[in-house]
Design a protein around this ligand. Sequence first.
Ligand SMILES: Cc1ncc(COP(=O)(O)O)c(C=O)c1O
Length: 456
Amino acid sequence: MSDREQFNRHLVHPWADLPSLGEDETTPVVVRGEGVYIYDEDGHRMIDGPAGMWCMQTGYGRREIADAVAEQIMDLGYSSAFSVINQRETELAARIAAATPGDLNRIFFTTGGSTAVDSALRLCQLANNIKGAPRRKHILTRDRAYHGSTFLAASVTGKERDKTAMDLLQGHVHFLTAPCRYAFPQELDENEFCDFLVRELEDKILELGPENVMCFIAEPVLGSGGVIVPPADYNRRCWEVVKKYGIVYIADEVVTAFGRLGHWFASEAVYGVVPDIITFAKGLTSGYVPMGGFAVSDRFMAEITGDAAGGNIYSNGYTWSAHPVSCAAALASWDIIEREGLLQHVREVGPYFQSRLRSLADSPLVADVRGTGLMAAVEMRLDTSARGAELLAQDYALGELVDHYCHRFGLLVRPLINVCIMSPPLIITREQIDDMVSALRQALALAEADCAGGLG
Ligand SMILES: Cc1ncc(COP(=O)(O)O)c(C=O)c1O
């Protein structure tokens, strides 16, 4: 059986389309990666537009990471964080603590981003129970936020189309307006829109009663929701409101950390926010092996440890928490980012990337181009009167069509429905950015010609 036949016979992938399960004919089978490029089974080379899933920071084929992983496997291929301490986790935790803002000096390692979010929320719940505030249960989040796929992380995710028939935590989760002016029905300028959003947050806190609100969780830039860059000062002003009422601020930096916005963490460096908790994953290991975690402030922990703990334990963790092999990969990736000056590189190349992508806005198929750093979205839309399910079907068809042509021109996109996520490996050069934009431009032109006859 071919790989595709085996795939169709045996596999379920994330976000599987159930009506067509087992009938995939288009998803590329990939076999190899090198730098910013990924190769399919026919040897066809493509720039990896979304860097895997926002995670291949240092690019494919890094011998240094492979060696670090191999060496670690031979030295100590596993250790249980339930019972022992490994030297790689202590080294990595110290580095992360030094790179996080404020007094976020305590690190908990998980297996990825969902488990990082889950673990952080469960720590907040525990903290309130310990502190004698068990009614502080309400979680504030935003429409179009993505926080993961475990039950709790999915429950605070605001992507409407993903909820379908999934069961989720109800009652304690509140969705605020996505900070996306482009999709907002009213005509407001950026300041007015920001005022509206901040007021909405404060009103919701007052409506619920501040003493009942546990936390506000926010990606500094919403990633999987379509790369939504909030109005300037939105993050900082939300943080001020949340602080005023003694509510925990969780910055979900699963996408924005480790260089994507030109800094180890974006919260303070880019947005002037010092969260109580930062969740991270993805770029931590450059995607080579799974790992995530959160950093929490000393102040937060001081209130629930020692004499204040009331004898409680943080009964949350994973067989693969602080896995030494993952830590070794993370340390090697970190060394590369430092040695090659990739944070600075992103700060230099990011504006070029953004301005080149914006040149695509003249395509009739492009509804919006947005982004910051090495995070961007090219949203496509047919000029159509379709609404609801019909519009969704059209969006999917358009996304697939452009994806198909991008593939031909050497760019892997895999759109989120009708949104091309562009977040290449941090090592991308200006010439490679030009290649990305050129491939997308050609793909859009062919798609446009096809669409002239209507999308079937
Ligand atoms: C902001 C954010 N949080 C959490 C997650 C979940 O991470 P993972 O897929 O590693 O569980 C993601 C994944 O895309 C994400 O973008």
